[in-house]
Design a protein around this ligand. Structure first.
Ligand SMILES: [Zn+2]
Length: 314
């Protein structure tokens, strides 16, 4: 671990005052389903190839774009002058040289990676790390890993730079589910990092909807991702659901607390929230305090997704 965690955390929990529209990031008392302890796979240590992307991935392409996608994947290291548009997508000056990757809507599996928060909607912040930034880095690394390793997956992003989808949080969150619906996505994976008031909690957790139409599929996907994070040494706190405090159906049963879970379930899409680690905890901090750490986390996510969907390697 590099850098000592100071006790002067500027902790800004990714909580808003609006109950029931949160995306995650706060540890809660929730029902838990233990994940299995399968440790059979080890992480590969290879660098994630950075494809050459210049297109806004929010735009859903026509099927005829498939050829462009294939060409981009075969030339992930092509270097060329960056346009101003591409520079906008470079994060932290080094991470992402976004490629010309264009998701193929005809792919067998379609995934939406949702980098939590962004723009005016700040996430947690702790000791110099801002959640919305590392969420985006992990989402981009994960996308890049998936599309350069597997032939039968299309990956869409809800955002590819530091921006909100809508100034109003409620609308912003629902729009993330709308993107998944427009992409006809098999699932949406919302990428987050956690924080706790006393800085004493650690480990990864995945929040899923309790709705019958998506719960099982969500939990299975989440468990695969948690296994891969566990391979990195991150604690596995399992699959959880969380009830809304005030949003009830006509029978008085609470809806899902988290908007991503709720809105995706309403669209028959498994929408899971992966809280990868606690940013403000000394034990977890060592998993996120370097670029290599974030790449490893992104790769774990990608391997979990690949395992669940049995993606085909190139
Ligand atoms: Zn968050």
């Amino acid at each position: 671990m590099s850098g000592r965690i100071r006790r002067t955390f500027e902790l800004l929990l990714c909580v808003t005052a609006v109950v029931g529209i949160l995306t995650g990031c706060v540890s809660t008392n929730s029902s838990t389903t233990d994940s299995s302890k399968d440790m059979s796979k080890t992480m590969s240590n290879g660098k994630i190839a950075v494809p050459d992307v210049s297109r806004d991935t929010l735009t859903l392409p026509a099927a005829s774009d498939t050829k462009v996608k294939d060409e981009a994947i075969k030339t992930p290291d092509s270097s060329k002058d960056k346009t101003s548009e591409e520079k906008d997508e470079v994060i932290g000056g080094s991470l992402v040289n976004p490629s010309k990757y264009i998701p193929d809507p005809g792919a067998r599996i379609k995934i939406v990676l949702d980098a939590g928060h962004g723009g005016v909607h700040s996430g947690a912040s702790s000791d110099g790390i801002n959640e919305q930034d590392i969420n985006l880095r992990v989402a981009l690394y994960c996308r890049n890993y998936l599309v350069t390793h597997y032939s039968d997956v299309a990956v869409y992003l809800t955002r590819n730079n530091d921006r909100e989808l809508d100034p109003t949080l409620r609308v912003d969150l629902e729009e993330r589910a709308n993107i998944a619906e427009r992409a006809n996505a098999d699932s949406l994976i919302s990428i987050h990092f956690n924080a706790s008031e006393d800085h004493d909690q650690s480990g990864a957790v995945v929040y899923v909807s309790k709705s019958d139409n998506v719960h099982e599929e969500s939990a299975l996907l989440g468990e695969e991702i948690l296994k891969k994070l566990e391979d990195l040494g991150i604690g596995n706190n399992g699959i959880k659901t969380r009830d809304s405090n005030d949003l009830m159906d006509s029978n008085g049963n609470p809806y899902d607390y988290y908007a991503i879970n709720r809105h995706c379930a309403k669209r028959d899409i498994p929408g899971i929230i992966v809280e990868h680690a606690f940013m403000d905890n000394a034990d977890d901090r060592c998993f996120i305090d370097s670029e290599e750490d974030l790449i490893a986390i992104a790769e774990a996510d990608a391997l979990g997704i690949a395992a669940h969907y049995e993606l085909t390697l190139y």
